[in-house]
Design a protein. Structure first.
Length: 205
């Protein structure tokens, strides 16, 4: 997968030493998000955790905020790809819903700290807001198609597929956000609850 996050290098997205170094920086930042939080971690902390100097880090990213944006971009790219792919499967609808929510829950289990940061900082960092909102839109469009397949009419009303898809997507976001703060077990319980809610809107196909 080619990278789609901001860095200070204007080179094509090929796999090279620099790209691996960027991944190393992002991995270190994600770990520090878990242990210290965004507010308390510094560029120096990230550089030290990545095993590089501050000057080397600044070759790749201009600021801590740019690192967060890149981390969110990397995470939502995987989320969107997995979710849309799962929702587009030509399988029975209940299986599609189960698989899609499991893919989403897995991302929250593995990268919940980044996804919660995306929600928390979307109101103050426009690039994070755009990444998060664009991802939600792409997933909701895939959910819309699934609801239509399940018998929900496609129209402009509040009970039609597109409106319901948006509600279902944001319901999952808020529910998984809260559950992922508690435990993996709570996240799994929440996934099953969301699955039950989604199934109420469709008929078997």
């Amino acid at each position: 997968m080619s990278k789609s996050w901001p860095s200070r290098r204007g080179t094509p997205p090929t796999v090279r030493k620099g790209d691996l170094r960027e991944q190393q920086i992002l991995d270190a930042a994600e770990t520090l998000l878990t242990t210290r939080g965004y507010v308390h971690m510094t560029v120096g902390d990230i550089a030290e955790a990545a095993g590089i100097t501050r000057s080397t880090l600044y070759f790749y990213f201009a600021s801590k905020q740019d690192i967060l944006i890149a981390l969110v971009a990397r995470t939502v790219s995987a989320l969107q790809q997995d979710s849309v792919s799962a929702l587009s499967r030509a399988a029975p609808i209940h299986e599609v819903i189960e698989a899609a929510l499991e893919h989403t829950a897995r991302q929250w289990r593995e990268h919940g700290v980044v996804m919660r940061a995306a929600v928390d900082f979307a109101s103050t960092i426009p690039e994070v807001d755009r990444l998060w909102t664009d991802t939600a839109y792409a997933i909701s469009e895939a959910v819309t198609a699934l609801l239509v397949r399940g018998g929900v009419p496609l129209g402009d009303g509040p009970d039609d597929a597109r409106a319901l898809a948006r509600v279902l997507c944001w319901m999952v976001e808020r529910s998984f956000y809260q559950a992922s703060r508690i435990s993996a077990h709570e996240l799994d319980r929440t996934r099953k609850s969301c699955q039950s809610a989604w199934l109420r809107f469709v008929t078997p196909a």
